[in-house]
Structures are given as C-alpha cells and as structure tokens.
Design a protein around this ligand. Sequence first.
Ligand SMILES: O=C(CO)[C@H](O)[C@H](O)COP(=O)(O)O
Length: 261
Amino acid sequence: MSATLSAIDTAKFVAAKQACTYVEDGMRLGLGTGSTAAWLVRCLGEMVEQDGLRITGVPTSTRTAELARQAGIEVVSLDEARWLDLTIDGADEFDGELNLIKGGGGALLQEKIVATASDRMIVIADATKKVETLGAFPLPVEVIPFGWQTTKALLEETVASLDVMGETVTLRMDGGDPYVTDEGNHILDLHLGRIGNPRQLALVLNQVPGVVENGLFIDICDIVIVGSGDGSVSVTDINDGTTRTGRIEIDEPANLFSELD
Ligand SMILES: O=C(CO)[C@H](O)[C@H](O)COP(=O)(O)O
C-alpha cells in the first residue's frame, strides 16, 4: 500500500479538513454521501478519537452510516436530531450561485432533506465540480418504481421543451437490475447538457407524478470549499460573497488512508 495520496484524493482530503474547522463541540451534523464526504467522516472520526470532539451525526445513506459508526461517530436519525447545526456533503456540480447537482451516488433524497434541515450547508469538492452552467452531469431524479416507465415518458415530454438532443432520460442500472435507492426507489438520469434555468426546472420536475425528488439543490448551499492536489483550498461563502484561499498542511493521513484500501 502506498502512503502517498493521489492528487484527486489530496484535493478531497484537504477540502474535508478545511470543512472540519467549521465543526464545534456538541454540534449535530448532517453527514453527506460519496467519496469526498467519506474523507470528511474519516477526518471527523479522527477528531472524535484524538481530540475528544463530541458530535452527533445524521448520515444521508446506509453507506455513510456504516462509515460513521466505524469512525466512532455517534449516529442518530434525523427524527431524533430534528434540526442540525451544519451539513457537509459533496456535489457532482456547483455553479457561481452555489446551486448544485447532487445524486451521482444515489442519495439525493436523504441528502436534500438533511441539508434543508440544517442551519448551514457546506459543500466540499475538487475543482472539476465547478461549472459555468449546470447540466453537463446527468441530473438524477428519484422516482417511485410503480409506473416508472410512464414517469420516464412524462419527464421526456417535460424536458423536450429544453431543446435537448438524443436519449435524454435513462434508467440508472446496477449490474443488470435497476438501481434501488435507500428508500426503495429508482433513479432516472436526465442528460440535458445545459440547464438554463435550474430554479424553474427544479420546481417543474417535482410536479410530475411519480417523481419523489430531483438532484437540483437551489439556495440550499451556503459555502463551497474546493480542495486542490497541492494542498490549497478556496472557500466561497454565498452569504457575504467572499472567496478566501488557504493551504492545509498535509501530515500524511496514514491511519485515514489505510481505511481506503
Ligand atoms: O450527491 C452525491 C451522492 O448522492 C455525492 O455528493 C456526489 O455524487 C459527489 O460524490 P463524490 O464526492 O464521490 O464525487
């Protein structure tokens, strides 16, 4: 096992480390899902173990719940926590207004509920997630299994007016079977290329019968932390319009790294 992190893992790690500076003793935290959020959970676990940090975490997926428990973080349900101080999560894309596409990992429903139930949401990402206009990443839409083909046809009709080309709506697969979310639903990915008006689209999609939730996060994210492979970070806060830069000293996260293999 190499002890050196790749540039992309370093970027995710330093973004997660920077996000940890927002975490205070006693906080109730929403814990995101995905490879970047996994770094966060490992970093928080280290703070719990080594610094005696006391936090409770509400995971946004069974995967994150398992990881958080392994890391020694006290896990509670959202119904137990009711309201959260902060949610930290990854994203598939973010734009200049800090609107997001999420759900590449299939956890968009719990992620949106948890982030919305938080005083603040911080997104941690590497620079590849920043876009001028959302939509190059296929937009995930969670739909109930009943009548999903009808829902797919209605979604195709809905997005037809957006002037998109080709097969625009595809059922996400897991091996040979439809992907099943933690809530027992399926995911339809919308290949739009460009989303001119994400705010409007988010509202329209949720009007289609069978749609449970879509992966557009509008006015939910407060701060985006972008990490880079050289250890630098940039922090953009939508509330005061500032972007600050800094650097995280990377002391080899050997104990964290070992859990990746
Ligand atoms: O929305 C998500 C899961 O549903 C993830 O946050 C998103 O897919 C980013 O994942 P990663 O950090 O692995 O790139």
